[in-house]
Design a protein around this ligand. Sequence first.
Ligand code: AMP
Length: 138
Amino acid sequence: MIRTADLLKRPTVSLPETATIREVALELAKSRVGLAVLTAKDNPRRPVAVVSERDVLRAVADRRDLDGPAMAIANKPITVLDTDPVWVAAEKMRQHNIRHVVVVNKDGELVGVLSIRDLCFERAILLELAAAEAPTTP
Ligand code: AMP
């Protein structure tokens, strides 16, 4: 069985929850990833929110102050466990219409971020997803 933690290859973009929208945008651009995790001020391993490139795009379109807090455009993280099979990540992306899930350990600490691209480009994963008996909603 392939687990979510097995697919984590790229370094995670994480910033403290006090970061500005501009700081998040700069990190996303520099790292060429689509989701940043905002972490607790007193604990960089505890994810408190996420900001995706779409949130930044919307902030620009809405003429928000980019030096304002990223928390204002962030969402509460949808997570999977590092021990979950990959289909759980795929199912959460489908259910919530998102392209990223935050991977945490049993203590809720940040382990990484999986993107939908990580699920699409390896034959072994596609085969596993096809075979998985994930509960589906109509
Ligand atoms: P994305 O699917 O990453 O392009 O993001 C689309 C929207 O879903 C944005 O508003 C994101 O903040 C939100 N989003 C993406 N991934 C997550 C996640 N793991 N938890 C919570 N919200 C998310």
